[in-house]
Design a protein around this ligand. Structure first.
Ligand SMILES: *Cc1c(COP(=O)(O)O)cnc(C)c1O
Length: 380
């Protein structure tokens, strides 16, 4: 089984060399734009490529505005602050995610609460969210969502669009509205993915992207906040040391952060964004090839949810059980075809093990069975 899959992957990538899980490609104007920043000496905090990257990303996603940051984690941190998350608050998220989602909550001195994912989207489940809130929360006289047991404020919820597959945004939006909690989308993995024709990351009050080296497009390291004009203006201020505009004086009016993306990285981003739709086409072609190859085998290929266009950032399969998963991981990695298991659940990590949680049966099922397959864009 694994041997045949390895053959299939080697044929697709037409190589007998090591095949990574996800490697970036730079077939466009990357060198030209980066060289331009070096020649101009404007490589650091401000510059025309930062403005252009923000403008082009807002236009591409249909967001009112976009604010570039040094990475996706910092974009999440600031987004949570702007959603009103304060010390001691609770933020509901999924246990099946990359650790950055939870770390950003911890940076706000808030606590994550884990509720289950949907089996088909791998994203936060609207039903599980509603159930947890019904069992644990109520709206106070001011309309603030609080836990009944200890009166903690539940300020926000953070769905994550796992491997590029959009979560149930209609369902989540309705629950968040009903309970008066802010929706902040962790769209780090889903740039270019559409839910009912609209870009992920633009449904919540704020949405965040990542341009780390392993994402669908990269700036080396980088992130972005998608938001309304008003929240984005606040995000820009907070991520650029909270400096008041002035011709020469240094006036900072609150504790700000140095989270801005350097111009050098934005130059790379501008070139990559020009090719994003072509990358997505290639990703989707690869996903279709995996899907066809795997149909009728013991491996269940994870498909995009209905009414969605996934960017298929990372292809993934569900193995029958943990023993099969281990066999697949061992055989492929030993033979130079890189595969990886899905993350350990956040509630299994030492720093988050005592956090509140709902019933997590799908997350636990997936934790034992999901494997990511090589997903790089073919360079040719
Ligand atoms: C990549 C990623 C992030 C952000 O990562 P950075 O490396 O800080 O850019 C956040 N959440 C998820 C789910 C991710 O996959």
């Amino acid at each position: 089984m694994s041997d045949q899959l390895i053959r299939f992957i080697r044929d697709y990538y037409a190589t007998n060399e090591f095949i990574p899980l996800h490697a970036p490609v730079f077939p466009g104007r990357e060198k030209e734009y980066v060289a331009d920043t070096i020649e101009s000496t404007v490589v650091s905090s401000v510059g025309k490529y930062v403005d252009r990257f923000e403008h082009n990303m807002a236009a591409y996603t249909g967001s009112q505005r976009a604010v570039a940051t040094v990475n996706g984690t910092t974009a999440l941190h600031i987004s949570l602050k702007l959603a009103g998350v304060e010390r001691g608050d609770l933020v509901i998220t999924q246990p099946l995610t990359f650790v950055a989602t939870c770390n950003a909550i911890a940076y706000c001195n808030a606590e994550p609460v884990f509720v289950d994912v949907d089996r088909n989207t791998l994203g936060l489940s609207a039903t599980a969210l509603e159930t947890w809130l019904e069992e644990n929360a109520s709206l106070d006289a001011d309309g603030v969502c609080r836990t009944r047991a200890d009166n903690k404020v539940i300020r926000a919820c953070v769905p994550m669009h796992t491997f590029g597959h959009p979560a149930d945004l209609d369902g989540l939006g309705a629950v968040a509205n009903r309970w008066n909690i802010a929706l902040v989308e962790d769209a780090a993995e889903s740039l270019g993915s559409l839910y009912k024709g609209r870009h992920t990351g633009t449904f919540g009050a704020l949405g965040t992207l990542s341009f780390n080296g392993n994402k669908i497009m990269t700036t080396g390291g980088g992130g972005m906040i998608l938001a309304s004009e008003e929240l984005a203006a606040r995000a820009k201020h907070l991520t650029t040391t909270a400096k008041k505009p002035h011709d020469f004086e240094y006036i900072h009016d609150e504790v700000g952060y140095n989270y801005r993306m350097p111009n050098l990285n934005a130059a790379l981003g501008c070139a990559q964004l020009e090719q994003l739709e072509a990358f997505i086409d290639k990703k989707r072609a690869l996903a279709a090839a995996y899907e066809e190859y795997l149909s009728g085998t013991a491996l269940e290929f994870i498909k995009e949810p209905e009414n969605c266009r996934s960017n298929y950032w990372l292809n993934a399969v569900i193995c029958e059980d943990k023993a099969d998963r281990d066999e697949l991981l061992e055989t492929t990695n030993k033979q130079g075809v890189m595969t990886r298991p899905i993350w350990a659940l956040m509630n299994h990590l030492s720093m988050y093990k005592n956090c509140r949680k709902g019933e997590l049966s799908y997350a636990e099922f997936l934790e034992e069975r999901v494997v990511n397959l090589p997903s790089s864009v073919l360079p040719k």
